[in-house]
Ligand binder design. Sequence first.
Ligand SMILES: N[C@@H](CCC(=O)N[C@@H](CS)C(=O)NCC(=O)O)C(=O)O
Length: 75
Amino acid sequence: MTLYLYGDIKTRALMPKWYMSGKGISYDYVNVDLTARQNLASSYLEVNPFGKPPALKDNSNGLVLFESGAILQYL
Ligand SMILES: N[C@@H](CCC(=O)N[C@@H](CS)C(=O)NCC(=O)O)C(=O)O
């Protein structure tokens, strides 16, 4: 399973980051630089059409979540 977490330092991505670290869940981190407006780039809007990090993509089943609470519940 490959998990991709999309976020930036000052976003709610910190919560799933902290949770996955604590649980030993491996993931790839994709930085979405809010100051550079990368959250509005098509590459991120394809993941989350709302353009708001965090988002989590699970490549094993194609699931994409973009609410921090839903991401934590899924994990
Ligand atoms: N309800 C969403 C909130 C997402 C959200 O508001 N993200 C903020 C960063 S924590 C954001 O994208 N701010 C930049 C913007 O709104 O353009 C969640 O909990 O994941």
